[in-house]
Design a protein around this ligand. Structure first.
Ligand code: TYD
Length: 205
C-alpha cells in the first residue's frame, strides 16, 4: 500500500486557514484517497489536554516549547504515522513550523533549541506540502476580534508579536520553497481555494 501524503496548514491567528480544512479533505477524497483532519496542539486525547494548558495557562517560553513538542510527539506516534502508513492523507491544522514561528519568532526561544527538539521528537514525517496563509497582522487582528468572543492567550497577544511570528514563517518558507506554498490570505475564500488547489495539484501523481 502506498503511504498517504502529509499536508500542514500554517499562518498567524486570524489568517483564515481553518475555513479551508474541510474543503481540502473533500478535494483529497474526490481524488480517491482517505483523508484525516487533525490539529496541533492536539490531535490525541493527551494532546488535547495539553492544548488546554497551552492556550489558557501562563508559562515560561521554554516550557511552552517543550509542551508543544510533547503534544507533537504523541500526535506523530499515535495519530499521524499510523494514518500515513495506512494510506490516509493527513491534513494538520499546524505542525512543527508553528513552534519555529510562535515560540521561536514570537517568544524568542533560540532556534537551536527548537531544532534540537525537532530532531529529537519530530524528525519524521515531515509535511509533503505546507500551505502558509499569509496575512497582514492588522487585518488578521480585525478577523480575530470579530470571530472570537473568548480569545485565548495567543490571540490576546499584541500586533508586534504577530509581526514577529509572520516574519519567522516567511523566513522558513524562504528556506524551503519547494515544501511551502505562500497563499495571499487577503483574497476572498474562493480565490484562496483556487490557490490551494493549484498547490495541491503537485501531490497528485
Ligand atoms: P489554532 O488551533 O490555530 O488556534 P484557533 O483554534 O484559535 O484557531 O492554534 C492554537 C494556538 O497555538 C495558536 O495561537 C498558535 C499556537 N501554537 C504555537 O504557539 N506553537 C505551536 O507549535 C503550535 C502547533 C500552535
Amino acid at each position: 500500500m502506498t503511504t498517504g501524503k502529509f499536508i500542514s496548514l500554517e499562518g498567524i491567528d486570524g489568517a483564515g486557514k481553518s475555513t479551508h480544512l474541510n474543503p481540502i479533505a473533500e478535494w483529497v477524497r474526490a481524488h480517491g484517497h482517505n483523508a484525516m483532519i487533525t490539529r496541533e496542539p492536539g490531535g490525541t486525547p493527551l494532546g488535547e489536554s495539553l492544548r488546554q494548558l497551552l492556550l489558557h495557562q501562563t508559562m515560561d517560553p521554554d516550557t511552552e516549547a517543550l509542551v508543544m513538542f510533547a503534544a507533537r510527539r504523541e500526535h506523530i506516534v499515535k495519530a499521524i504515522k499510523p494514518a500515513l502508513q495506512q494510506g490516509v492523507w493527513v491534513i494538520s491544522d499546524r505542525f512543527t513550523d508553528a513552534s519555529f514561528a510562535y515560540q521561536g519568532g514570537g517568544r524568542g526561544v533560540p532556534l537551536e533549541r527548537l531544532r534540537y527538539l525537532e530532531s529529537w521528537v519530530a524528525a519524521e514525517p515531515r509535511p509533503d506540502i505546507t500551505l502558509l496563509f499569509d496575512l497582514d497582522p492588522v487585518e488578521a487582528r480585525k478577523r480575530v476580534v470579530k470571530g472570537t468572543p473568548h480569545p485565548d492567550r495567543f490571540e490576546r497577544e499584541q500586533d508586534v508579536f504577530f509581526h514577529k511570528v509572520r516574519a519567522a514563517y516567511l523566513a522558513r518558507a524562504a528556506a524551503e520553497p519547494r515544501r511551502f506554498h505562500i497563499l495571499d490570505s487577503s483574497q476572498k475564500p474562493d480565490a484562496i481555494f483556487a490557490q490551494i488547489q493549484s498547490a495541491l495539484g503537485s501531490l497528485i501523481s
